[in-house]
Design a protein around this ligand. Sequence first.
Ligand SMILES: Nc1ncnc2c1ncn2[C@@H]1O[C@H](COP(=O)(O)OP(=O)(O)OP(=O)(O)O)[C@@H](O)[C@H]1O
Ligand SMILES: [Mg+2]
Length: 586
Amino acid sequence: MRRAVLFVSPLIVAAVWTVTASLVTLWGLGTLELVGWPTWQWWGYLFTAMPDAGTQERVNQWLLTGSIAGTLTAASLAYRIISDSSVMFGRGGRALFGSLKYATPKDGRKAGLIYVRRPRPDCILLGRTAGLLGRFWRYVCLPGVQHVILYAKTGSGKGVAYVIANCFNYTDSLVVLDLKNENYRATAGHRAAVLGQEVFRFSPLDKNGATHCWNPLGGIDASQPDYISKLQQRAFSFFPETYGKEKFWQDGARSAFLGISILVCETPGMPLNPARVFRFFTSGSGTDELIRLIEAARQARQPYTQTCVDLISDYLNGTDEVVKGIRKHVTSTMGLWFNPKIAAATEHSDFSLGDLRRKRMTIYIGVMPADLEQLGVLLRLLFLQLFEANTDVMPQEDSTITHRCHVLLDEFTAIPVMRTIAEAVGFARGFGLQFSFVMQSKNQIHEKYRNNGAASLLENAGAEIVFGTDNHQLCKEVSERAGYDTVENVSRTTPRFFSLFRAREQNENTSQTRRALILPQEVSGLPQTEEIMFRASAPPFRLKRLCWYSDASFKNLKQTPAELPTVRYKLALDDGSIQLSHGKIA
Ligand SMILES: Nc1ncnc2c1ncn2[C@@H]1O[C@H](COP(=O)(O)OP(=O)(O)OP(=O)(O)O)[C@@H](O)[C@H]1O
Ligand SMILES: [Mg+2]
């Protein structure tokens, strides 16, 4: 705008000079009526030779008079433009309340974003520019390994505008928390057939049992030198550190779980999975079996490790109340494994989370919103293990790490709090692990992660996107964060009647005033097609949202995904090991 004014103003001043000079010259020479409208006639008289010296002298006189009149008029106009537009021309000092506009592509490029006509498959797509008359727009892409936070209320189009578009586009490994399986249905076929990736869907509660399997205790066997450390790490994922009244039972349950996991791991031919470990806590003969296994191993001179026996004896040698309390604590935490469907889906692993940066693969974690609560423990285990398995070694130190991994967490706040991830997103980048956290409002982060890494999560985002939201606090925050612009406020005083004829009584005052770049009500009323985006070291961005089903780059990419394996399980019948006493189960 400022550039346009700078360019147009001299042209206007020159035109006014020419017309005024022509008007005066024509009037003086008496040819005004003949010509009608003065335009550039002054220049015509200047370059035309007159037939005789007398006429020439008269014309010269009026050319001079015309030029003086033109100069006076143009000079006063120029003075008016310059004095009134000091802010516009950038010569009026600093704008009183700051001067702010939405980021331009130039600002975006300076801040490290990429503007392209075709979506870049190595980037996260953030939105697109408005273009000119709906054409010549560009995708706005976030390169490298950076995290994104998206705030959008339910049904506002985060799926069509962000999640699905990025599932189609991102060519490195991808893990998606896929509520309702809609991302799987839309994008799995494309990722397998066109991007050539191994595609998995882990949906343990699928009503037809159509799921790949994943074993939270998988990938560990007694031949590995550090299998006890790995099992200890897993035990912490099942039973994380707690404080207060819970601590005693949580610590006891973790030790017992670790001891039994080591025993299962060291027992030849016994599969190590949560259901098998859990059975030792729930079965009436679990304790006897533990003792029998340890005795048998001693007699066969292939004893278990001392750590294993110490942990198990620590568990079994407690008082009756303590042993019962620990068992109760384990069964309430791992209650999910009472469900035979879960037990079957976590029996073995069809994929390894440690492979995510070693080959291109996609994992959809299919969960129905109603199952979120029930699957909480399993989801926490999966994401923690994903994080641990991919932040163990830097890409520079291991030549087998050749890809990045994007973890797209739709409804991030609906899954259990994962303090480790929230606190460590900052350094995850160095490992080639990037996250997208999609949630309904910033409040949810403050509520759930108040003392669990909220600050780290919010500070480490490469881009924060807001779709229209009804959350009053978020609207206010976005408005305040977008900042203020200085605008000219013109106030006029005019007489109530016949103002046209009472010019002297009219008054006009111009003052600078502050105006939010976007008001809270404008945030909440943001059109369905637009979004506000924040990125460090750039003004706020006002972008168009993507829409995969109408976007030429994506709309034809949907393919039917390959059929999933089906998990089969048998409902076990009562084996009689649990003693019933006084009408109760002991
Ligand atoms: N393929 C499609 N064709 C036409 N409209 C669609 C298509 N997919 C989704 N929509 C519509 O787009 C809108 C936004 O859907 P979307 O699933 O992206 O919302 P969302 O914010 O992810 O919702 P939720 O919180 O329920 O997951 C919905 O009104 C939906 O009906
Ligand atoms: Mg959705």
